[in-house]
Write a protein that binds this ligand. Structure first.
Ligand SMILES: CSC[C@H]1O[C@@H](n2cnc3c(O)ncnc32)[C@H](O)[C@@H]1O
Ligand SMILES: [Zn+2]
Length: 439
């Protein structure tokens, strides 16, 4: 008697990420009702299962869908608007004025659809977003069929979205109410940064995160100026202030963590926090090199983020894996720092753990959702292949992604996106935004 399943994927290599270091040759992954049922040798799979659909990946490696631990999806509409500036000039002279003029529910919907299409095509099946109008972002991610954790943002100053941090939260919580129970959409509490959020608002953020059992998602220690200014105004480093306010804890995701001393790392480790490392954004804004090997040695979960397309300018976790591995080596002058397997774990399981989603995504494990990504390693630029994980980080790019599934549903098939997004309509909308932004 064979078991009926929906999908059987036969892959030349499978890298489940958990157990660490495992590479399975010629195995098959069985999927039923959106979940992984089993991973087993191909010959056993063919006798045990009867599948509605089978997919042959003869020269491919199958990995868990990538998890983008930090982005501002709708900022894809500002890709390339302001390059080659340091963070505060970039924000204050270019980005915040543009956001003040243009950000609206329609902007967030179109920008998020553009970002979701880019991410899914590049093998990213989950992202942790932080942007205005989270209800518009939720609608766009749901339409694209991408898993997303939407930050309920908090900023003290008035924006086109809200008058202050309390207004941000009121609007964010109403959005969350409307999306409760959706299979792909969940939320985090996202106070923007120590330099834009008051003590009172941080305390409110922690109380809400505890009450609603949500992650806290905050930019921290991004630049030397941020530390310098905090010392001048608060007499404390930003992380010490957040610890004093009770913000740190195992649901805390600190984004960037570039400018860190031993006391900062000790605090993050004491409170069992997670880090979203954004190597390309850190390089482009010249923020510095995050001490990733020391963060990992301290036992922290370190995931990877692209940051927004206005500071990267790609939403490409293959690029972030490569940059994370290379930057760690340059930063420490140690070629063994952040090896390929570590970079892949950061881009998958570590991101899922940081978001509290590792019971359902982040590795190819029976019982988890079938969020999967296949990468073709058969082309001449990928030959020979001694170790597919080495190739994922040091050779392959998102252009080699051929298949993507979210919850067992195909989103990219043989390189062709199967998104519910009308490309020409979206491109028309993007060009209208471009015209508005430059005028
Ligand atoms: C409250 S919505 C998010 C807010 O963050 C801005 N932003 C984008 N990238 C960064 C970054 O690297 N550091 C700090 N702030 C950033 C974005 O423009 C929005 O205003
Ligand atoms: Zn950011």
């Amino acid at each position: 008697m064979t078991e009926a399943i929906d999908l059987l994927i036969h892959a030349r290599w499978t890298v489940p990420v958990e157990p660490a270091g495992t590479v399975l040759d010629n195995h098959s992954i069985a999927v039923r009702d959106g979940r992984i049922v089993a991973t087993l040798p191909r010959s056993e799979a063919l006798t045990r299962f009867r599948a509605t659909r089978q997919v042959e990946l003869a020269e491919h490696v199958l990995i868990p869908g990538l998890v983008n631990l930090h982005t501002h999806a709708a900022m894809s509409l500002m890709r390339g608007l302001a390059d080659d500036l340091p963070l505060m000039r970039w924000l204050q002279d270019a980005i915040w004025p543009a956001e003040g003029r243009h950000v609206s529910p329609a902007f967030v919907r179109d920008g998020t659809l553009l970002a979701a299409a880019e991410m899914l095509r590049g093998g990213i099946t989950t992202c942790s977003d932080m942007y205005f109008y989270p209800e518009s972002a939720a609608a766009a991610f749901a339409e694209a069929g991408m898993r997303a954790v939407l930050g309920l943002v908090m900023l003290e100053f008035p924006t086109s979205y809200a008058s202050d941090a309390d207004d941000c939260l009121r609007k964010g919580l109403a959005a969350r109410e409307r999306w409760l129970g959706h299979p792909l959409i969940s939320f985090s509490i996202a106070p923007h940064a120590p330099y834009t959020v008051s003590d009172t608002s941080f305390i409110r953020a922690r109380a809400l995160a505890d009450e609603l059992r949500l992650p806290l998602h905050v930019h921290i220690h991004e630049t030397a100026d941020e530390i310098h200014n905090a010392l001048a105004t608060d007499g404390q480093r930003p992380l010490a202030r957040l610890a004093r306010l009770g913000l740190l804890g195992e649901n805390f995701i600190g984004v960037h963590a570039v400018q860190m001393d031993e006391s900062d790392i000790e605090l993050l480790s004491r409170y069992n926090c997670s880090i979203a490392h954004c190597p390309t954004s850190n390089m482009k804004l010249a923020s510095g090199i995050a001490p990733v090997p020391r963060l990992l040695d301290a036992g922290l979960r370190v995931g990877l983020g692209t940051d927004g397309a206005a500071s990267n300018n790609r939403l490409d976790l293959f690029q972030e894996m490569r940059h994370a591995a290379l930057l760690a080596k340059v930063g420490t002058l140690d070629a063994t720092a952040v090896p390929a397997h570590t970079a892949l774990r950061m881009a998958t399981l570590a991101g899922a753990q940081a978001l509290g989603l590792d019971a359902s995504i982040g590795s190819i494990t029976p019982g988890k959702q079938a969020d999967l990504c296949a990468i073709r390693l058969g082309d001449l630029e990928s030959r020979p292949c001694f170790d597919p994980v080495s190739h994922l980080v040091y050779v392959a790019g998102r252009e080699h992604v051929t298949h993507v599934w979210v919850n067992g549903e195909s989103r990219v098939d043989k390189g062709v996106p199967l998104l519910h997004i009308n490309d020409s309509e979206l491109l028309r909308a993007v060009s209208v935004w471009q015209t508005k932004i430059v005028n």
